[in-house]
Design a protein around this ligand. Structure first.
Ligand code: CO
Length: 295
């Protein structure tokens, strides 16, 4: 029997919620809007829909490729022309969906080719998904579509398999051929997420992106920490979600047991666009669980 999750309706529902939150975020990214308010609104939408964020709303801008979420005291606003990746995750009892789109704040068309390249890469990758396909074939399709627009796929950011409570499970799906191995199996859930850039085509670690994750259960010795682990398990969360002062303090004390995520910045300071869907490897091809990206 293929390893389908035994609660597929839950995965589909999580994907529906994540997609609507993604589209809400895209709409809210306008010049003058506070990044903090947009992230809060995306995450509130997910919670009001009965799910939990699978990771903090990522609102990386321009040459930031990924892993930026507002800090607790962030007052920055979007500027006209900012190229913003709205990357959203939702989960229902560990059934995770991960989806992203890119928007130009102010609705201009300066960055249209980049946005289209990421979406083209996503579509091309999804088209070749089927049971038994080599991951390299998916990567080749993604890279080909991005290069066809005269841009570069980002080599060191990849799609990934997803398992219950595990956003990045065992498999990576590179956006460039020659970097992945293995193949896809029927019943697997994967995120395909091409990044297109006009820069160097790779990333470096920037500053702390306000996102952390428990590497393991911290135990019950520190009650505030145990409470946080109960909420987030091993999924990434935002420092701003630990709202009680004793929780903030517990996080500071526990720094060594937490994984912290730097912002990924394009190595050549190029602009970066991203598009992402969560996909089920069905019997004859991909079933895209997240809703279509408008436009
Ligand atoms: Co992802």
């Amino acid at each position: 029997m293929p390893p389908y999750p035994d609660d597929l309706p839950r995965w589909r529902e999580a994907a529906r919620i994540a997609s609507r939150a993604r589209d809400l975020g895209v709409k809210l990214v306008v010049p003058g809007a506070r990044r903090r308010d947009v992230a809060d609104a995306i995450e509130a939408f997910v919670r009001d829909a009965g799910a939990e964020p699978a990771f903090p709303a990522n609102l990386s801008r321009n040459d930031e490729a990924a892993h930026y979420t507002p800090s607790p005291d962030d007052t920055a606003v979007f500027d006209a022309g900012d190229l913003v990746k709205v990357d959203v995750g939702a989960h229902l009892e560990g059934a995770i969906a991960d989806t992203a789109d890119t928007v130009e704040a102010g609705g201009g068309h300066r960055h249209e080719n980049l946005i289209r390249a990421a979406r083209d890469g996503l579509r091309a990758g999804i088209q070749v998904v089927r049971p038994g396909v080599s991951i390299d074939e998916v990567s080749r399709a993604i890279a080909g579509a991005i290069r066809a627009r005269g841009l570069k796929p980002v080599v060191d950011l990849t799609g990934h398999s997803i398992e219950r409570y595990l956003l990045h499970a065992g498999k990576s799906i590179p956006n460039v051929p020659g970097h992945g191995d293995g193949s896809l199996n029927e019943g697997e859930i994967i995120a395909i997420e091409p990044f297109a850039t006009n820069g160097a085509g790779s990333i470096r670690n920037g500053e702390f992106g306000n996102i952390v994750r428990f590497r393991r259960d911290p135990g019950s010795a520190d009650p505030a920490l145990a409470r946080l682990y109960g909420r987030f398990r091993t999924l990434p969360f935002a420092v701003r979600w630990a709202d009680a002062p004793e929780e903030r303090e517990a996080l500071r004390r526990a720094r060594h047991t937490l994984q912290s995520y730097p912002v990924f910045v394009e190595r050549g300071r190029g602009l970066v666009a991203q598009a992402e869907h969560t996909v089920l490897v069905g019997p004859t091809g991909a079933e895209v669980l997240s809703a279509p990206i408008p436009g």
